[in-house]
Design a protein around this ligand. Sequence first.
Ligand SMILES: Nc1ncnc2c1ncn2[C@@H]1O[C@H](COP(=O)(O)OP(=O)(O)OP(=O)(O)O)[C@@H](O)[C@H]1O
Ligand SMILES: [Mg+2]
Length: 368
Amino acid sequence: MADVTLHNVWKRFEDGTVAVKDVSFDLPDGSFLVIVGPSGCGKTTTLRMIAGLETITEGTISIGGQIINTVHPKDRDIAMVFQNYALYPHMTVRENLEFALKMRKTPKEERAQRVAETARMLELEELLDRKPKQLSGGQRQRVALGRAIVRKPKVFLFDEPLSNLDAKLRTQTRAELQRLHHELGATSIYVTHDQVEAMTMADMIVVMNKGEVQQIAPPMDLYERPTNRFVAGFIGAVGMNFFEGRTVEESGFYRFVETGTGEAVSLPLGQSMPEGTTEATTIGVRPEHFVLTDSSDPLGFEVVVKVVETLGSQTLVHFPSRNGLAIASIHPDNQPRYGETIRLRLLPERVHFFDGEEKRIETEQVSI
Ligand SMILES: Nc1ncnc2c1ncn2[C@@H]1O[C@H](COP(=O)(O)OP(=O)(O)OP(=O)(O)O)[C@@H](O)[C@H]1O
Ligand SMILES: [Mg+2]
């Protein structure tokens, strides 16, 4: 079994920088965990402590129930794939793949068999006799993956392995990694600052900010029930819109009105509000939770179109709000023009309410 457990783990560097603060999570054997967060939030440091490349200041890390804090990196049965491929330039692909096995004195026959198996899995068979400089970026990245896979480790650690690839190759390799994970079934921890990678690949996501865990949840839970404004803003292909203000009620009809100066939006919320939400100081609406509507709709509100982005599968419309431009994603059959006034409504059951501390106010979740 290779379940991985971090228990109240801290990392304080010699210069006093606290990179990881009290991080705990429990990763069941065979699952795929993604750690996501902005640059400098402590992702690589967490991974390096698991790999044994960095000492643990406080707390424990266990693999398969055994505490490994003081176990030498090479005895942890972990393989790490880095962002820069770290291939040996003077060795062929075959030699690069074989290297770790040679170091471990794996018998020659088994070595050949494992290299062949790995090359087949990653479609590297044709490239085995080439040197790294004769390969494309994507091929090099596959060799780097191969070097990890060939060892059959208990745990895989990936540190932004796709960030050197162009957009198309990244999407393709992302899918390949998912397939490989299902084929190999090894426990994997994958670090990225790209929330799309996190959402598409993970069984479970850990969102970090400034060394601290913000939330641990499966992808759709993070999307639907973010614990605070940070997570809400971080997860989502086009980010959530935030409106700051207060709820006002007029003859039993509620609307959220932006406060302060500037071009304020007044968002109709309907005739009832979930418990506790009238106290919200911020509401969050994802672009996909606005729809185009007409003048007969009591939940409609008018906005002036400032930017139109045609993506084919959807149209993004930007309109002014106190926080700058808000974005609504509408059906691509509609192509409003710059300066045009359109009528939108939001889906009240999909609105997120945040209190003064930026915590999300829990409401009865309406399932979709
Ligand atoms: N050896 C070190 N000494 C002191 N501080 C360090 C050291 N290594 C990293 N840090 C600091 O620790 C924090 C976390 O760094 P880390 O590399 O884990 O971030 P990250 O989340 O991987 O970021 P990125 O997305 O940019 O790779 C940063 O503030 C960084 O400057
Ligand atoms: Mg990093």
